[in-house]
Design a protein around this ligand. Structure first.
Ligand SMILES: NC(=O)c1ccc[n+]([C@@H]2O[C@H](COP(=O)([O-])OP(=O)(O)OC[C@H]3O[C@@H](n4cnc5c(N)ncnc54)[C@H](O)[C@@H]3O)[C@@H](O)[C@H]2O)c1
Ligand SMILES: O=C(O)CC[C@@H](O)C(=O)O
Length: 390
């Protein structure tokens, strides 16, 4: 029986992918095998020694101490693309909310609740509506920073709305480049994008390199009519610089999924309570993907969509599987294979891959290894953890 500790509300459709005959799921366990979470800020103190894997039902993993997990040999999974459409749709809403007097107009209408004369109301609305005039998106330039799962959908939506779309992504994967419409013009640097765009939408992860990326310098070189949308993460923008640019008339509007003190209550700021991925569909997609990835790891040792371990999948063969994480240095696999050979254990199939400082191996042996062999493998210098999968 595997024990899966949940943090946050995880869609039942996802949890149903973990059959209850094999999985216990609860929000309290003293020794869980895995953790399944969303935005909960996880600390290493919460990751007991029994934890073998952590799955994030979502894209961003900045709430998980990934480097510490790597050094403990714990793969961290996420669900790339599973909530991308939900975010894209909210970005489109953000662009229209930022361009038209929709929110103020609705607020105004709600002040008329005491009027009883419909004809009088129509007359008044026709007179007042000029206060809520806005601009169209068609023909404007949309800059997309980060052209991955969400950014590429936003870029495509911009084109569909008749916008010129420019993009910046210094680490674009080959797959993401293939997904991108050819009419999206790639900018050499983020400053060029900021200088040209009427709307900018951020879709990049928080990393050391992206923390505070949108700062006073970038905002000093944009159009004063710029509408900046942040549905990525709060940490990517310098909120003080945003407020300063708005106050100085160097930025027209900030539309974000991350409220913070100082931003709330301003006419030129539209804030949402981190609801980019809050749709039935996205929550289900993320939970299903996270649960399936977790299950394949726990039952077979396979790894898909990990942010710190290599992707690796080996068909199950007869025999017993041994999963080994080790430091990515030479000779460790050789020592492991010697330990197996010395115990007369025949290797049926195996796969070994590395990513940065960590290597991961799946080795299928004909006969179940003894505790002594496993102890010997565990004792090899550089081996992080060893798991026998029946
Ligand atoms: N508001 C929400 O609820 C919500 C929902 C989903 C994702 N997100 C956030 O959006 C981010 C992006 O999600 P995704 O699914 O598109 O991820 P993704 O991994 O598919 O795409 C991220 C892209 O950002 C690029 N990138 C990295 N560093 C960059 C830099 N310095 N400048 C420009 N681009 C850079 C990467 O190369 C990649 O193509 C997530 O990391 C998460 O923080 C927020
Ligand atoms: O789980 C959520 O609601 C937010 C998820 C989102 O921020 C993400 O990074 O995928």
């Amino acid at each position: 029986m595997f024990k899966v500790l949940t943090r946050n509300q995880i869609s039942v459709k996802g949890l149903d992918r973990l059959p209850r005959q094999q999985y216990e799921i609860a929000s309290e366990f003293s020794s869980p095998d895995a953790i399944l979470l969303r935005s909960h800020k996880l600390t290493m103190e919460e990751v007991s020694p029994s934890v073998m894997a952590i799955a994030r039902a979502g894209a961003g993993v900045n709430n998980i101490p990934v480097a510490d997990c790597t050094s403990r040999g714990i793969p961290v999974f996420n669900t790339p693309g599973a909530n991308a459409n939900a975010v894209k749709e909210l970005v489109i809403a953000g662009m229209t909310l930022g361009s038209r007097g929709i929110l103020n107009g609705m607020d105004y209408v709600n002040t008329l609740g005491d009027m009883t004369d419909g004809a009088e109301m129509s007359k008044l609305l026709e007179k007042e509506k000029k206060r809520f005039k806005g601009q169209e998106l068609m023909g404007k330039t949309l800059g997309v920073v980060g052209l991955g799962a969400i950014g590429s959908l936003v870029a495509r939506a911009g084109l569909d709305l008749g916008m010129d779309v420019i993009g910046y992504d210094p680490a674009l994967s080959v797959d993401a480049a293939w997904r991108l419409p050819s009419s999206v013009r790639r900018m050499e640097n983020i400053a060029s994008l900021f200088a040209r765009a009427d709307y900018i939408s951020l879709h990049l992860p928080v990393l050391d390199a992206t923390r505070g990326l949108v700062n006073a310098e970038l905002l000093s070189n944009c159009k004063p009519t710029l509408k900046l949308l942040n549905f990525a993460r709060e940490e990517i923008v310098d909120n003080a610089a945003i407020i300063e640019a708005l106050d100085a008339g160097r930025l027209e509007r900030y539309i974000a999924d991350f409220p913070a003190p100082g931003l709330i209550g301003r006419d030129d700021v539209i804030l949402m309570p981190h609801i980019g991925a809050s749709t039935d569909e996205a929550e289900e997609n993320c939970a299903i993907m996270a649960a399936e990835q977790l299950r394949d790891f726990l039952e077979n040792g396979n790894i898909k969509n990990s942010v710190n371990f290599p992707a690796l999948a080996l068909e199950r063969s007869e025999g017993t599987r041994i999963a080994i994480s080790n430091n990515n240095v030479p000779k460790i696999l050789g020592h492991v294979l010697s330990a197996l050979a010395d115990a007369d254990l025949n290797v049926i199939d195996m796969l070994n891959k590395s990513r940065d400082d960590v290597a991961y191996n799946l080795i299928d042996v004909a006969v179940a290894p003894s505790d002594d062999v496993i102890a010997r493998i565990r004792g090899i210098e550089g081996v992080i953890n060893v798991r026998v999968i029946a």
